[in-house]
Design a protein around this ligand. Structure first.
Ligand code: NDP
Length: 278
């Protein structure tokens, strides 16, 4: 079984650099799909209140026979729960759905700048962290100005910033600020939901290395130091995405993939996104 390296977060907690994403895994199939991921060797699971599948993730961990401490689990605060009390209750609901008594990482899912409550949400997460109910706290989809604001107004620097990153949206400016502030970057939609897999440059490198295009793109993210958690419901692809540590891209191959950047988002722009749960 491949050994997944750990990334040391700014509070001393280590997170596996490769995990398994669960966005759009239907709730009724989640326990089975995540169970398969754990059997393959994934030890880092990424879910969110918004995905509606936390219960299945918790079920899979319970059914796996693994000790809770062997699996790193992230969840995220749903939009619409940014006020202090709503954030605390939402965290309680996440833990209950997962069936856990602590979470490894809890993130503010989106900044929703039009609502201007993310600082309040951050202070609530700081409280949960101080109480030892979560091992690390962080943010997702935060741009430079959102990060600078919580760093100025809060007491803790987020452990991670989970943002959209793939070869068509390399995000080097935002990643550089993360690094400057001591924040680890997590790259969501690392294979752009499949859309970079037919790219001729990626396909050429994959052919040269005798690897799949998905493996090449995920390996590029790993070599840049980002934390990734590709999602797949197909066991063969889940296994393929886990085999990233027995080959490497050359510097020239890394540069060629980074040069594919075209500023293309698969998801919404965090400056504008303002959809909340009802
Ligand atoms: P990914 O970039 O991981 O792509 C997933 C898609 O690619 C699926 O359709 C999957 O299909 C397909 N796929 C996976 N592996 C392969 C492969 N080896 N070859 C060909 N196709 C493949 O997209 P996601 O949007 O799911 O991002 C990953 C994770 O990031 C999410 O699951 C979630 O945990 C997180 N995320 C966080 C967001 C945030 O706002 N914080 C937003 C979006 C995602 P199939 O299942 O059929 O294999």
């Amino acid at each position: 079984m491949a050994t997944v390296p750990g990334v040391l977060l700014n509070n001393g907690v280590t997170i596996p650099q490769l995990g398994f994403g669960t966005f759009q895994v239907p709730p009724e199939q989640t326990a089975e799909v995540v169970g398969e991921a754990l059997a393959i060797g994934y030890r880092h699971l990424d879910t969110a209140q918004m995905y509606g599948n936390e219960a299945g993730v918790g079920q899979a961990v319970a059914d796996s026979g693994l000790d809770r401490s062997e699996v790193f689990v992230t969840s995220k605060l749903n939009n619409g729960f940014h006020s202090h009390d709503a954030a605390i209750s939402a965290f309680d609901a996440s833990l209950a759905a997962l069936g856990f008594d602590y979470l490894d990482l809890f993130l503010i899912h989106w900044p929703l700048p039009a609502r201007d409550q993310y600082v309040q949400a951050w202070l609530a997460l700081e409280e949960l962290y101080a109480q030892g109910r979560v091992r690390a706290i962080g943010v997702s989809n935060f741009h430079q100005q959102h990060l600078r604001r919580i760093v100025a107004e809060g007491s803790l620097v987020p452990a991670v910033n989970q943002i959209e990153v793939h070869p068509y949206l390399v995000q080097d400016d935002l990643r550089a600020l993360d690094t400057e502030l001591g924040i680890a970057t997590e790259a969501w939609s690392p294979i752009a939901r499949g859309r970079v897999l037919a790219d001729p440059v990626v396909a050429g490198i994959a052919e040269d290395l005798d690897r799949s295009t998905a493996q090449v793109v995920l390996r590029w993210a790993i070599q840049r130091g980002d934390i990734v958690f590709p999602k797949s419901m197909n066991p063969a692809r889940m296994r393929e995405n886990f085999q990233l540590f027995d080959f490497a891209l050359s510097e020239a191959q890394m540069v060629a993939i980074t040069a594919l950047d075209r500023g293309q988002r698969m998801g919404p722009d965090p400056d504008e996104f303002n959809v909340v749960a009802s």
